[in-house]
Write a protein that binds this ligand. Structure first.
Ligand code: MAN
Length: 530
């Protein structure tokens, strides 16, 4: 491999040097001013000249007569007469050049051999030898850099290919693991469903018994309430006619809500609306619910709601009756009931299998055993499900990486995830290759995302000469931040510079041996066109 690349390299340097001599030797071939050697035969002095676009044939004397005849400017290569003309300078000793013919004799030296300024007295010096020497020196330096970096690049290629094939193997293994994990998940699900069905059956008996119990209790409470209300009513229904009149009600001190020593019209309005009397049935079903709390308060067994309990502060030792608590208890009972029923068909909704849905003491040994078994089955199913999810996430990750373009020969594959830092006066920049770019102010504050891996964005000749990171944090009143990383050959993978040429558009320069490809060096040939 080394011999092959060295040979190419030497060939390139030799070609470059030989070409310069060839151009030197051929630059004497007679042709009109500004015409490249390759086009000399089209300008034969003994023939009429035909414009390159074929639209017109003119006497040869019209060529370079400072008058534009051809639409394509081909008759005036050596003057500024045609707007679209092209002037060719041989630049012997350096690279030939094509310049717009409008620059001919414009007082500015464009060609290093000075041929574009032939009309001025002082002319332009020929500095091609000097520039050519510098260019050859630079070309030599770059060729040597590429040669030196190439061996590192070959290592990167080897490692990259290895990494890729390992990823392929991992993926194949994960496929197998996934199939196995899915099988286990299905088994666990079947087992869980079976055990939950059994569990549900036994809990049904408990739920029914509890429901009966609840209904019985409610019935008893209702009876008790009717009893109390009736007793109260009878006590004040002096004439025992089943109706409380206003006179009879005036005896009920509880009705004196204003505490002014008498039961007045306002009080009546409150308890019996605009009626004059209340019968026993209405009293029991409606009025009693207003009277009872007052009675309890009077007996100091009512704990008023937090807001207005100042006036009725219960004694610390008292065990106050709390009507709201009674309601709350009912709620709790309902919740408990649900909790007991916990491991029923809705069990999937439980977040974690370790959540204890039952109060063990509530159930007989056999029921408890079934509940425990179902809980364990739920736990195992959740675990199996998680395992499948984890394998799938791993697979997605590897698949994403396998889809990434790591260069023609995988030379960039091992650089994925490698982070490079660069500090300037204000910021620390971090480029994590194929992942993201961030910026952190030295004055504190968090990292600002300057873009996530997007795509290769080099030239048509070499798309791997630049990377683009897009969709960074939005700029204030502006677009999302983006970063372009220009890549060049270097013996180390590192950041060389960071700049922000336009607001929130960042430019990084990075060197890496992955870019040291001798074969991709610009090709110089004996061809005299640019
Ligand atoms: C921050 C930095 C700068 C950027 C401005 C835009 O200060 O991210 O690079 O130019 O925000 O407001």
């Amino acid at each position: 491999m080394f011999t092959y690349f060295s040979w190419i390299n030497n060939l390139y340097v030799c070609l470059f040097i030989i070409c310069s001599f060839v151009i030197c030797a051929q630059s004497d071939v007679p042709r009109p001013r500004g015409v490249p050697l390759s086009k000399a035969p089209l300008y034969a002095a003994n023939k009429d000249f035909t414009c390159f676009d074929g639209t017109l044939t003119i006497p040869f004397a019209f060529v370079n007569d400072d008058y534009c005849d051809c639409f394509d400017g081909s008759d005036e290569p050596g003057t500024a007469a045609c707007l679209n003309g092209v002037f060719y300078c041989t630049n012997a000793g350096h690279r030939p050049q094509n310049i717009p013919s409008s620059r001919v004799n414009d007082g500015v030296c464009d060609c290093c051999d000075g041929t574009d300024e032939y009309a001025t007295q002082e002319g332009c010096p020929n500095i091609c030898e000097e520039l050519g020497k510098e260019a050859r020196y630079e070309a030599q330096r770059i060729a040597e850099l590429h040669k030196a970096g190439n061996s590192y690049r070959l290592e990167l290629i080897e490692k990259g290919n290895k990494k890729r094939s390992e990823m392929g193997e991992q993926l194949a293994q994960l496929e197998k693991d996934k199939a196995e994990a899915e099988k286990i998940k299905l088994e666990k699900e079947t087992l869980k469903n079976e055990l939950e069905a059994k569990e549900n059956d036994v809990l049904k008996v408990y739920r029914e018994a509890e429901e009966l119990e609840r209904q019985k209790k409610a019935e008893e409470e209702k009876e008790q309430m009717i009893k109390e209300a009736t007793e109260f009513f009878n006590k004040y229904d002096k004439d025992n006619d089943g109706i409380l009149t206003k006179e009879e009600m005036m005896e009920i001190s509880l009705f004196d809500r204003g505490n002014d020593g008498e039961v007045d019209e306002d009080d009546f309005k409150y308890f019996i609306n605009d009626n004059d009397t209340v019968d026993k049935e209405t009293f029991v079903s409606t009025t009693w619910s207003m009277v009872k709390p007052l009675q309890m308060m009077q007996q100091n067994t009512f704990k008023a709601p937090a807001d207005d309990d100042d006036e009725h502060e219960p004694e610390p030792d008292d065990e106050p009756y709390d009507i709201s608590k009674e309601v709350a208890n009912e709620d709790t009972e309902t919740e408990d009931e649900n909790a007991d029923v916990g491991p029923h068909e809705d069990a999937e909704e439980l977040d974690e299998a370790d959540e204890e849905p039952v109060q063990k003491s509530t159930y007989d040994e056999e029921t408890q055993k079934l509940i425990d078994e179902a809980s364990e089955a739920r736990r195992q199913y959740t675990d199996a499900e998680r395992t499948v999810r984890e394998i799938e996430a791993n697979m997605r990750n590897i698949q994403d990486n396998l889809e990434k373009d790591y260069g023609l020969q995988q030379e960039y594959a091992t650089l994925d995830g490698q982070c490079l830092e660069f500090e300037d006066k204000e910021y620390v920049y971090k480029l994590c290759l194929f992942q993201k770019v961030t910026q952190k102010s030295k004055n504190g504050g968090g990292e600002v995302g300057l873009g996530n891996w997007g795509e290769w964005a080099g030239t048509d000749n070499n798309k791997y000469s630049a990377m683009k990171y897009t969709n960074g944090v939005s700029c204030w009143n502006g677009p999302q931040r983006t970063t372009t990383v220009a890549i060049q050959c270097g013996l180390e993978t590192k950041l060389l510079s960071v700049s922000e040429p336009y607001r929130c558009e960042y430019k990084m320069e990075m060197s890496t041996p992955a870019a040291c490809d001798e074969l991709s060096l610009p090709q110089h040939s004996s061809h005299d066109e640019l």
